[in-house]
Design a protein around this ligand. Structure first.
Ligand code: 5AD
Ligand code: SF4
Length: 525
């Protein structure tokens, strides 16, 4: 960590405060009556400056440091020898990939992975803050882990990920779950060895959350989940500030990795035999905007197109930045798959305006037409929020009609969830929850119908499937995804796991396809 980071960091340390973990019940009851500020000043020597939403909004494009010098401090290099770790991941692919990085760091410290909470020496909850129910799940899990922690005081229990970037969450953990050992934010992952050291030897709760915009650390180790598909971060953060969304605050500003670093990682994955990569970013279409060169996602995809890896996906796209260059490059096909996830959020231009999405219904439809012209077989999927504050029946109907007009083959649908600190959370909302639930049900029924119809068209067709393994429901059955991301179940020898094979579809369901293996291994062009 350099001096600048040190100054900008908002590290919280308990210093010579009482040991939170050994608080008696009586003390805990007293604690519960304290305000957040009182709690903070009681426990922390340094001034606590919480993640600051106003500051996040005024951030500048410059000042991203790229580091290539990550190393595990000498004293922590063997700290995990003979010990086990478990990371529970909530939320999006970005979190899954962060978990792979944390697993890489812990493995390099000598820890082994386990699925059993009882044999873990360190348990990390990598959390998601996107909706309230995601947060509730995590608080539920912290509660479940309390007896284990009390039974095994040496167990290190940590909370990280997006929720840790929220002041209210940090306060709630301090107040109600003082047995937690470690809280760290999304910008602090590379500090894990040092934080564990402090949690191990300090016998105090360690909290380190930086609300700064975040740097890029290039050489972090990773233990990838499997040898077939891999995530590749191309950028971090988001500068869009949609009025409902917490991500720009929890993940920092948009910052792109250098193209050469990404290409090197993809080449390396290809050489290791990975069959599919997914380029990741909160808003991948903004890739390159912050670089000092004229280079965008289209340019990057064009270079990746030439690498010998059979399948390349990317997520998540923002319609506003989906430019002609990218469409032109995607239209080349080859390893660039024609499945595009393009979150629309609403079909009403008025709602889109108050969501600050920066496009209208017509803009979105125009973009869809352009994509379809260039890629006639492209599959489109989306994200939709219903029950945004004061969304009228007519505005909701516009979402329904847009779903039909575009013909989305699937959609992630959500009821709006107010997130503290976002503009929309402050607005009055005159739509009762029953109305929102009824809208979600109608929308889901329409999406299911469209998905089933799209699946029907595959009946009798031969599709290429990347075989991922045994099906979750039946170990006798193999499963994998088509180029257009449809899950296919079929019987075949285990030896084809990790290969791309041809499967003839014999039966279609709403979300999955059943089929028969046509031939063993397909050559990929
Ligand atoms: N409430 C409901 N859904 C949300 N999303 C983001 N923020 C919220 C919120 N506050 C949804 C959006 C986004 C997806 C990842 O989660 O649809 O695209
Ligand atoms: Fe959130 Fe996506 Fe909007 Fe960024 S673009 S603020 S991540 S919904």
């Amino acid at each position: 960590m350099n001096e600048k980071q040190r100054l900008e960091s908002q590290q919280i340390r308990q210093g010579n405060s009482p040991d939170v973990k050994s608080e008696t019940n009586e003390n805990l009851n007293r604690l519960k009556k304290l305000s957040s500020d009182e709690l903070i000043s009681k426990y922390f020597q340094t001034t606590y400056e919480p993640p600051n939403l106003k500051k996040a909004r005024s951030r500048r494009k410059k000042d991203v440091d790229i580091h290539y010098d990550f190393d595990i401090p000498l004293e922590m290099k063997a700290a995990g020898k003979g010990k086990k770790f478990l990371i529970r991941t909530y939320g999006c692919q970005m979190n899954e990939h962060d978990t792979e990085v944390m697993a890489g760091i812990l493995t390099n410290m000598g820890y082994e992975s386990t699925d059993d909470t009882n044999e873990a020496d360190i348990i990390l909850l990598n959390t998601c803050a996107i909706r309230e129910n995601a947060e509730n799940k995590v608080f539920g899990e912290i509660g479940h882990l309390k007896p284990l922690k009390l039974e095994k005081p040496d167990l290190i229990l940590g909370v990280c990920g997006c929720m840790s970037q929220e002041e209210s969450v940090v306060n709630r953990i301090l107040k109600k779950h003082p047995f937690v050992d470690l809280i760290f934010g999304t910008h602090n992952i590379h500090r894990l060895p040092t934080l564990i050291n402090e949690a191990m030897f300090g016998k105090e709760m360690v909290v380190e959350v930086w609300s700064k915009e975040g740097d890029i650390i290039e050489n972090l180790p990773k233990v990838r989940n499997g040898k077939i598909k891999a995530w590749v971060n191309i950028m971090y953060g988001c500068d869009k500030f949609c009025t409902y969304c917490i991500v720009p605050y929890t993940r920092g500003k948009e910052r792109s990795r250098r193209p050469e670093d990404i290409i090197q990682e993809v080449r390396h994955l290809a050489a290791q035999g990975y069959k599919e990569i997914t380029l990741l970013g909160q808003n991948v279409n903004a890739y390159g905007k912050d670089l000092d060169i004229d280079y965008g996602l289209g340019d990057l995809m064009d270079e990746i197109h030439k690498i010998d890896i059979p399948r390349v996906r990317f997520t998540t796209s923002h319609p506003r930045d989906f430019d002609d260059r990218l469409i032109e490059v995607l239209a080349q096909g080859g390893n660039l798959l024609d499945h595009i996830h393009l979150p629309v959020q609403s079909g009403s231009s008025d709602i889109l305006r108050v969501m600050a999405r920066r496009y209208t219904r017509e803009d979105y439809l125009k973009l869809v037409r352009k994509i379809r012209e260039a890629m006639p077989n492209a599959t489109l999927t989306t994200d939709i929020i219903v029950g945004f504050p004061n969304e009228t029946d007519e505005q909701f109907e516009e979402t329904m009609s847009l779903v039909e007009e575009v013909g989305f083959e699937s959609a992630y649908t959500f009821i709006y969830s107010p997130r503290e600190g976002t503009p929309a959370a402050k607005w009055e909302d005159n739509i009762p929850m029953q109305v929102k639930k009824a809208r979600l049900q109608r929308l889901n029924a329409l999406v299911n119908k469209q998905s089933a119809e799209a699946m029907k068209k595959y009946e009798g067709q031969i599709v290429k499937v990347l075989v991922e393994g045994e099906s979750k429901k039946d170990p006798e059955v193999l499963s994998g995804y088509t180029e257009r991301n449809k899950l296919v179940n079929f019987k075949g020898p285990k030896s084809i796991i990790g290969e791309i094979v041809e499967v003839k579809i014999t039966n279609t369901k709403t979300w999955t396809l059943d089929g028969e293996l046509v031939e063993s291994v397909v050559e990929v062009n």
